[in-house]
Design a protein around this ligand. Structure first.
Ligand SMILES: Nc1ncnc2c1ncn2[C@@H]1O[C@H](COP(=O)(O)OP(=O)(O)OP(=O)(O)O)[C@@H](O)[C@H]1O
Length: 370
């Protein structure tokens, strides 16, 4: 097991800067996910950790050891790829044994370790099968066993589930987490699937255009996004452009920019996204998750309550999505399906409450993409 430190790393391919000014501190035994859209630099970063690429600038450390220019075979990392990268004409046993044979492990030890690894991924009865006779999920288990059998310090998983159907994906998520906990191995998981990232990770780094925008636990990333990119990449969100009117010690008064009549909101004044953001030149928005907005039949005492009209209703089974028009600002509200059929309908007048603690004042950076 090892911790991983990435210090001011940049990777350029000619004029393309694939990764820039990257700093990450991944703890021993952590399940750490790189999340972001296609081409954002996830795989390039993983490959710099594996040693397949060397950084253009910066340092990669495992524990205190500088690994920046150490070749892959001297790093003790196990890697699993999206396309499995198995040898199709070899048996399951031989695929898993491959890394041990390269390391010249004695045949008795080799047999024991391969069978142990196959048992861990529940494929012990398949050891003599050709890999080409296995299902996608089984092949991915072989790839996992092959990576784990060498007892790596670090496990690197590059979109390992993206070739599997939805049901198998769910099963393999559980399997990977179980293995990670059994082996207590520092794991980096690359995905563009937010549900995978939120449900599996200890912490997540969110990337876009080669830049890491936020590192945090799944709840931090979801509840306290650092900017509009993170907010809208993960889950559904209402993003309301605002300008700051007044700053108080505990809260900030903002005014919505696009409303017909002035709408003022009170937002909690947090040190993290309060003063420093207000003093910067960034455009600002208030973000709120659809499930955090309350719909009321009658108005109540309280802050941030506005009269609106239902614009549309969509039924999704457990959740009903209600779009509410407040002074030309359209708010997405998700409510649990606990009301009678027809309770929400187009044109119905309602009140909405945007609870102060659920509102985040965040910088708008999406215009900055190269
Ligand atoms: N070997 C290479 N040569 C030139 N450019 C590259 C190379 N590898 C990656 N890039 C570029 O670097 C950027 C980041 O690519 P990378 O593969 O790291 O993204 P990613 O987030 O893993 O994407 P995906 O989810 O599609 O795999 C992209 O613009 C890509 O085109």
């Amino acid at each position: 097991m090892a911790s991983i430190k990435i210090e001011n790393v940049q990777k350029a391919f000619g004029k393309t800067i694939a990764v820039d000014q990257l700093n990450l501190d991944i703890k021993e035994g952590e399940f750490f996910t790189f999340l972001g859209p296609s081409g954002c630099g996830k795989t390039t970063t993983l490959r710099m950790i594996a040693g397949f690429y060397y950084p253009t600038k910066g340092v990669v450390r495992f524990g205190d050891k500088d690994m920046t220019r150490v070749p892959p075979e001297k790093r003790n990392t196990g890697m699993v790829f999206q396309n499995y990268a198995l040898f199709p004409h070899m048996t399951v046993f031989e695929n898993v044994a491959f890394g041990l044979r390269v390391r010249k492990v004695s045949s008795a030890d080799l047999k024991k370790r391969v069978l142990d690894a196959l048992q861990k991924v529940r494929l012990e009865s398949y050891s003599n099968r050709q890999v080409s006779q296995l299902s996608g999920g089984q092949q991915q288990r072989v790839a996992l066993a092959r990576a784990l059998v060498i007892e790596p310090e670090i496990l690197l998983l590059d979109e390992p589930l993206s070739n599997l159907d939805a049901k198998l994906r769910d099963e393999m998520r559980v399997e990977i987490l179980r293995l990670q906990r059994d082996y207590k191995i520092t794991t980096i998981y690359v995905t563009h699937d937010q549900a995978e990232a939120l449900s599996m990770s200890d912490r997540i780094a969110v990337f876009n255009y080669g830049v890491c925008h936020q590192v945090g636990t799944p709840t931090e990333i979801y509840n306290r996004p650092a900017n509009d990119f993170v907010a809208s990449f993960i889950g559904e969100i209402n993003l309301l452009p605002v300008q700051v009117e007044k700053v108080h010690q505990d809260n900030i008064e903002v005014a919505l920019k696009n409303s017909e009549q002035p709408i003022k909101l009170n937002v909690e004044n947090q040190a993290r996204n309060g003063i420093s953001i207000i003093q910067s030149d960034a455009d600002l928005a208030v973000s709120i998750r659809p499930e955090a907005i309350r719909i009321l039949d009658v108005t109540e005492e309280g802050m941030n309550i506005f009269k609106g009209k239902i614009n549309s209703v969509q039924f999704f089974g457990s959740v009903v999505n209600v779009m509410v028009d407040v002074q030309d600002v359209l708010l997405r509200v998700d409510v649990f399906n606990t009301h009678d059929f027809g309770y929400f309908y187009q044109g119905k007048e309602v009140y909405v409450q945007l609870p102060e603690k659920q509102l985040r004042l965040i910088p708008v950076i999406s215009g900055d993409a190269p």
